[in-house]
Write a protein that binds this ligand. Structure first.
Ligand code: HEC
Ligand code: HEC
Length: 450
């Protein structure tokens, strides 16, 4: 974001431009004085006007913020360039070209300024793209467990739960998980009762040995499985003596592949399709991650916080984690207008958490098919089992986004269909007409890289 004030360099340049036209004006008058027969009034008027225009432009520049200055400076560059040209005409018209070395100096002046401007403009975006200052952090001095759990709830579901649409917060958990008894959408475990499970899991044989043994390091995240004292320092508890249910939950979020719930993984349950919650794109810091764990521990016993073992955070616990960009934290329902760049749009909608999408950095999700729709879409329509209404690849992609259950893709690797109902059914509510067109354009042209 560009600041709301004028920029020092542009202000300096605009003053120099005015001084320069003053210099030209004085120079012309001086030449007119020394040369008999020169039309002082005419040239004085011409260059006087030039000077006044530049002064007015300079005056206006002071009222602009940096971004507006950036656009407006080109007018003044033009005015200065015209002054230069007219200056040349003056020397020529008065037949005193031989006295025009200032013109050479001027040309030098002009190109120097141009180079400076070009350099500065190049440097500008890097300098100006500093993230905006962070909003004041939560006041931890009077935080109660009830409030902390509520912060976790907002990270999971967002600030405003909207009727009829899956509410999803920064943590993106409801994209995949359900939380109420009996509510099952297939490929991701229902998180009802996970607090209770967390205590027994860590003693199971399967936990101790699969897919890696306790004490071994997970290749993808570098996290040592099942060792409370080896949890990355940023996230470690104060007394890491034994591996508790809390640690299991933390590990589930920070190292999903350390233990894969039976039947929910890839490659024979050795690899979890769940994103690492402390890394991009979700990137929860310690404060947030612990709030989510506190919420997981408390959610099955409303109003009761006895099961929560997470300590209340202190002032030092705010922040941490790999912060990428600041996400909107459930400030109202998620909606993309189509004005966003395509990668921003796709990341906002959460597609990369489930899909690998060529051309979108970090889109390596594994819950759904790889999006190679330039090839896949025409193939799907020809499938005898296809019951949708699409006639073209673009139609098919549009249908897949608006009505994912119109056709359920068969997972060749697993030898079974992808689970129905995992892909959110409510993208129609989250996309403007333009955004949908833009998304369909992009997705229908995806193909394997290389
Ligand atoms: C892209 C889909 C996806 C997202 C988003 C996701 N998960 Fe998961 N999660 C899974 C899958 C699949 C599993 C099962 C495989 C495994 O054990 O890692 C799982 C497993 C878990 C487990 C272990 C459950 C058990 O019974 O032991 C917990 C706890 C969990 N997720 C919590 C969360 C939380 C909290 C969030 C949000 C911050 C979240 N997940 C976001 C897909 C997802
Ligand atoms: C929670 C996980 C999840 C999210 C988020 C998700 N999808 Fe899907 N998607 C799936 C699954 C699972 C399938 C396969 C089952 C089916 O056909 O419905 C699928 C299928 C598709 C297909 C059909 C692919 C083919 O090869 O036929 C397209 C296209 C698609 N998704 C696009 C998107 C787009 C675009 C987004 C973001 C706006 C998105 N998905 C978000 C899980 C997800």
């Amino acid at each position: 974001m560009l600041p709301e004030q004028p920029d020092i360099l542009w202000t300096f340049v605009t003053i120099i431009f005015s001084l320069f036209s003053l210099f030209v004006f004085a120079n012309v008058i001086q030449h007119c004085r020394t040369k008999a027969g020169a039309n002082t009034t005419l040239w004085g008027a011409v260059f006087g006007t030039g000077l006044i225009i530049n002064l007015l432009l300079t005056n206006h520049m002071f009222d602009l913020n940096q971004q507006e200055q950036l656009g407006f400076i080109s007018w003044q560059v033009m005015a200065v360039f015209l002054t230069l040209l007219t200056w040349g005409v003056f020397f020529k018209g008065e037949q005193i070209e031989d006295q025009s070395p200032p013109l050479i100096r001027a040309a030098f002046f002009y190109s120097t300024i141009s180079i400076l401007l070009a350099g500065y403009t190049n440097w500008l975006p890097q300098q100006r793209s500093d993230p905006p200052p962070k909003a004041a952090p939560v006041d931890v001095s009077n935080l109660t467990m009830e409030k902390y759990v509520e912060i976790g709830d907002v990270i999971v579901f967002g600030k405003e739960r909207v009727a009829g649409s899956k509410a999803i917060g920064k943590g993106q958990c409801p994209l995949c998980h359900t939380f109420d008894p009996g509510d099952n959408i297939g490929r991701c475990p229902n998180l009802f009762g996970v607090e209770e499970r967390s205590h027994t899991r860590v003693k199971e044989d399967r936990y101790l040995n699969e897919p890696i043994k306790v004490g071994e390091t997970d290749g993808a995240t570098g996290i040592v499985k099942g060792k409370a004292d080896q949890i990355p320092e940023d996230y470690r508890r104060n007394d890491p003596s034994e591996f508790t249910g809390e640690d299991y939950l933390r590990e589930s979020l920070m190292c999903p592949s350390c233990y894969v719930v039976k039947g929910y993984g890839k490659d024979g349950d050795t690899k979890s399709p769940m994103p690492v919650i402390s890394k991009p794109p979700i990137s929860l810091g310690k404060f947030e991650l612990n709030a989510v764990i506190a919420w997981l521990q408390a959610k099955d016993t409303p109003g009761e916080f006895g099961a929560v073992t997470i300590p209340l955070p202190g002032p030092d616990d705010i922040g941490g984690g790999e912060k990428k960009e600041e996400k909107e934290e459930g400030e109202g329902p998620l909606f993309v207008t189509g004005a966003e760049p395509i990668d921003v749009m796709i990341n906002k909608l959460g597609c990369p958490l489930c899909h690998t999408i060529p051309g979108i950095e970090g889109a390596t999700g594994e819950l759904g098919p790889k999006l190679h729709e330039k090839i896949n879409a025409p193939k799907r329509i020809k499938d005898p089992n296809y019951k949708g209404t699409a006639k073209s690849g673009r139609d098919y992609v549009r249908e897949s986004i608006l009505n994912p259950n119109a056709y359920i893709v068969f997972n060749e690797e697993a030898g079974e269909p992808y689970p129905e109902g995992v892909m959110p059914q409510d993208f129609a509510n989250k996309l403007s007409v333009n955004a949908l067109d833009k998304l369909v354009d992009f997705i229908s042209n995806t193909q394997p890289e290389g």
